[in-house]
Ligand binder design. Structure first.
Ligand code: RUQ
Ligand code: CUA
Length: 670
C-alpha cells in the first residue's frame, strides 16, 4: 500500500474516496443485493476506476449499440464513453450517412441491429486491425477500421440469410468472419406457407472471407441447415482450430408462439462445423449456386456439419482459451453444458450417433459431455480469465457465476465447481472479460451488460438506458467497481487492451486518394455543366474559411461539392452544413468528402462549418446563391456553362455598408 500511495493519482483518489465516505456517511452507496458497500470496498472501487484528468484508460470497450445501429466506445476502468462509431445508421455528429461515400455504403437502409462485435485476431489474440459487427435486422456484416475508427465496408444483405444473429465471430487468424441465421425462410426465398416451416424452410451458416491485407469481406461459402434458430457462436482454437460452434433454439422446428412451441423438447442443439472442410468442398465445386453463392448441403457433404444436444434454449456457445472445451449455456436449464473437443472428435470418428436431422448426424450426448455445471438460473454467455476460470452470465438470477474449467477430478461434486456469484443490476445479458474470447484472456476486468437498469440513475422518463457494471476479477473474489449507463442497446462487446491499437491522429495528405482532393486555395474550382444542369465544386477548407465562400447555381441544379480539410493537425475537424438542404458532412484533417443535393428553390442559403474548430469557427461560412429558373446566372459565361468566375464584382461596398451600420447603431444610441 505504501508503494501505491506514492502515486499522486492514487493519493488523490484515496482522498476523494475518504471524503465521499465521510461527507456522505448518510448516503451509503449500495451494490448488488442492496447490501451496503463497506468503506474499504468503496475506496478500493474508487481507486480502481479513477482516471485522473489527463490520464487515459487501460482498455477500449467496444460495445454494440443494438438497434441504434452503432458501436459505442468506452474506456475501462473509468467506463467513460469516448466515441460513437456509426455503422448502419446515419450520424450527423460525424457526418456519416450524409456524404456520398457513406450513403452508398448504407444503401437503402437507415438502421441496423448490432449484436456481436468481433475484433480481428492474429494467432488467436486481438491484433487491433478491424472490428466486425453484424446486422441482425438486414442480414449484413460491417467492418470498422481500428486505425481511424470508421466503418469501411458493409457487406450484404448476405444471400439466403434472414436475421444475421449468430455473428460475427472471427477465426484464429481472421481468415473468416463466420455468421449464422436466426430466422429460417425458404431458400431461395419465395412464397411458401409458414405451415410448411419444418420441411421447406432453411437456415444457413456462412463463411465471410476476409482479405488478409485490407480486410475486404466477401461471401465465401454457405451451408444450408435445418430451420433451427441459430443463436450465437464461437470459433475453435488450438486443437479445435478449423471448427466453429453455434447454439440454437427451436429444435422443434416450430412456428407460432415460440415461447411455448419451441420449448417442448428438453434439449436443443449445438452445431459443430468444420469450416476448413467447407472451404475445401467449395473449392472443389461441391456447392450448388443459389443467389450467386456456393451452397453446401450437409447431407450430401458428410463431415462438414454435426449436431450435439445441449441444454434447452441456449444463447452462448463458447470455447475456452485452450480450445479443448466447448460449452453451451441453456437459458431454460440451470446448467452450462461442457463438451470436450477430443470427445466430440472421437464420437465423429466412431460414428457414435444418436440420430440425425435432415441427414446431419447427431452426436451422442453422454459420450461427449464432460460436465453439466450447475451455474444457476438462466445462463446466457461465458467468458474466461486465462487462469482456468469461466464466468457465466445468469439472466434470470441476475448475477455472474464464476466457475472452474475442466479437467475435473474423478467423481467431483458438480456443486463445488461453482466458486462464487456476484449479483448484477439487473438481468445481465452478455458479459465480456478483457481479451475474453482469445487464447490469452487478461483476467482483470469483466463488464456485465445488463438488460434492465430499473431506475438506478437520474430519471429520464419512460425510455431508460441500459446499465453496464464493471467487475474486478483480478483477485480471488469478484468485486463490483462501477456502474455506467448506455443508450440502447449493448449486447456483446470486445474489451481490448489499449496497447493493441495504434489509431492515427489525422489522415496524412499523401494517403488521400480522393479524385477531387485539393491542397491549395488556388485549386478550388466551381464548374457548371449547363446541359446536364449540374454544378461541381472543389472546396478548400482550413482554419477558418472555405475557398470559395460563394457558389452560384441555378434553381433545379444538382450540386456536387468535394470538400478537402487541408489541415494536417490532430483535432482540426471542419464540417460543411448546408442550411435547409438536409446535408451536413464532417471532414477530418486530411480527408476529402463529397456531398450532393438538389437546389430546389431559388434564394440564398448559407453553408457553414459545423464542427467548432477555432476562435473564428463562427466566421467559417459561405453562401449558395440559387438563381431562380429563367433568370441569368451572373458568375458564369453567357449560357451558364463552364467555370464560375470568382470575383464577379466588389462586394456591395463593404466600407459604405459598415458605415451605414455604424450610423444606424449610433442613431439607435441617441
Ligand atoms: S444477443 S443479450 Cu447475443 Cu443477440 Cu442480445
Ligand atoms: Cu471549421 Cu469550425
Amino acid at each position: 500500500m505504501e508503494a501505491t500511495m506514492r502515486n499522486p493519482r492514487l493519493v488523490g483518489a484515496a482522498t476523494a474516496a475518504a471524503l465521499i465516505a465521510s461527507a456522505c456517511g448518510e448516503r451509503a452507496p449500495s451494490i448488488p443485493g442492496d447490501q451496503t458497500m463497506a468503506t474499504a470496498d468503496v475506496q478500493n472501487a474508487a481507486l480502481r476506476t479513477f482516471i485522473a484528468p489527463g490520464d487515459v484508460d487501460e482498455y477500449y470497450l467496444f460495445y454494440s449499440g443494438g438497434h441504434s445501429g452503432q458501436v459505442f466506445v468506452a474506456g475501462v476502468p473509468s467506463m467513460r464513453h469516448i466515441a460513437t462509431i456509426p455503422v448502419f445508421t446515419p450520424y450527423p455528429g460525424t457526418g456519416y450517412g450524409f456524404d456520398e461515400e457513406s450513403k452508398a455504403m448504407l444503401g437503402d437502409f437507415t438502421w441496423g441491429d448490432v449484436h456481436h462485435p468481433a475484433a480481428s485476431q492474429t494467432d488467436g489474440d486481438y491484433d487491433g486491425r478491424w472490428l466486425f459487427v453484424n446486422d441482425n435486422a438486414n442480414n449484413r456484416l460491417a467492418r470498422i477500421d481500428l486505425r481511424d475508427f470508421k466503418t469501411k465496408q458493409i457487406l450484404g444483405p448476405i444471400p439466403n440469410t434472414m436475421g444475421n444473429h449468430g455473428s460475427a465471430m472471427v477465426t484464429d487468424n481472421t481468415e473468416y468472419a463466420l455468421v449464422a441465421t436466426r430466422f429460417s425462410v425458404p431458400v431461395p426465398n419465395r412464397y411458401v406457407p409458414v405451415e410448411d416451416y419444418a420441411t421447406d424452410f432453411k437456415g444457413a451458416v456462412t463463411g465471410i472471407r476476409i482479405d488478409p491485407e485490407d480486410g475486404t469481406m466477401s461471401v465465401g461459402w454457405q451451408i444450408l441447415t435445418p430451420p433451427f434458430n441459430w443463436d450465437l457462436g464461437a470459433t475453435g482454437r488450438g486443437p479445435s482450430d478449423g471448427w466453429a460452434f453455434w447454439s440454437s433454439y427451436n429444435a422443434e422446428r416450430a412456428t407460432g408462439k415460440l415461447e411455448i412451441t419451441a420449448s417442448q423438447r428438453d434439449r436443443d442443439y449445438m452445431a459443430i462445423v468444420n469450416w476448413r472442410l467447407a472451404e475445401q468442398l467449395t473449392e472443389q465445386g461441391r456447392g450448388r449456386t443459389i443467389a450467386g453463392v456456393q451452397v453446401l448441403d450437409p447431407a450430401e457433404n458428410p463431415g462438414v456439419m454435426f449436431l450435439v444436444p445441449c441444454a434447452k434454449s441456449p444463447h452462448g456457445a463458447d470455447v475456452d482459451p485452450s480450445g479443448e472445451y466447448v460449452m453451451c449455456s441453456g437459458k431454460l436449464s440451470p446448467t452450462v453444458t461442457v463438451y470436450s473437443f477430443e470427445l466430440l472428435q472421437r464420437a465423429i470418428a466412431n460414428e457414435d450417433f444418436s440420430g440425425e436431422e435432415d441427414g446431419i448426424p447427431v452426436l451422442d450426448y453422454d459420450n461427449t459431455v464432460v460436465m453439466e455445471v450447475p451455474v444457476g438460473l438462466g445462463p446466457l454467455h461465458t467468458q474466461f480469465d486465462g487462469r482456468g476460470n469461466a464466468y457465466t452470465s445468469l439472466f434470470v438470477e441476475s448475477s455472474v457465476a464464476k466457475w472452474r474449467l475442466p479437467p475435473y477430478e474423478e467423481g467431483v461434486d458438480p456443486a463445488t465447481i461453482v466458486l462464487e456469484k456476484i449479483p448484477s443490476h439487473f438481468n445481465i445479458g452478455h458479459l465480456v472479460t478483457s481479451h475474453g474470447d482469445t487464447r490469452n484472456p487478461r483476467g482483470d476486468y469483466l463488464v456485465a451488460m445488463n438488460k434492465l437498469s430499473k431506475g438506478r440513475h437520474l430519471s429520464v422518463g419512460p425510455s431508460i438506458p441500459e446499465s453496464s457494471q464493471l467487475i474486478d476479477i483480478s483477485g480471488e473474489g469478484m468485486a463490483m467497481l462501477y456502474e455506467a449507463f448506455t443508450e440502447p442497446e449493448p449486447h456483446f462487446a470486445q474489451l481490448v487492451h489499449a496497447s493493441v491499437l495504434n489509431p492515427i491522429e489525422f489522415y496524412p495528405r499523401e494517403e488521400n486518394t480522393h479524385e477531387f482532393a485539393i491542397w491549395e486555395p488556388g485549386e478550388a474550382s466551381v464548374e457548371r455543366n449547363a446541359a446536364r444542369r449540374t454544378v461541381e465544386a472543389k472546396v478548400y477548407a482550413i482554419r477558418t474559411h472555405f475557398e470559395p465562400a460563394l457558389i452560384q447555381v441555378q434553381e433545379g441544379d444538382t450540386v456536387v461539392v468535394h470538400v478537402t480539410n487541408t489541415e494536417q493537425q490532430r483535432d482540426e475537424i471542419h464540417g460543411f452544413g448546408v442550411v435547409g438542404h438536409n446535408v451536413n458532412v464532417v471532414i477530418d484533417p486530411g480527408e476529402t468528402k463529397t456531398l450532393k443535393f438538389v437546389a430546389r428553390r431559388g434564394g440564398v442559403y448559407p453553408f457553414y462549418c459545423t464542427n467548432f474548430c477555432s476562435a473564428l469557427h463562427q466566421e467559417m461560412q459561405g453562401y449558395f446563391e440559387v438563381v431562380p429558373r429563367g433568370q441569368a446566372l451572373t458568375m458564369y459565361a453567357p449560357g451558364g456553362d463552364g467555370p464560375m468566375q470568382w470575383e464577379r464584382r466588389d462586394p456591395a461596398t463593404a466600407l459604405a455598408a459598415a458605415g451605414a451600420t455604424h450610423e444606424h447603431a449610433q442613431g439607435g444610441e441617441d
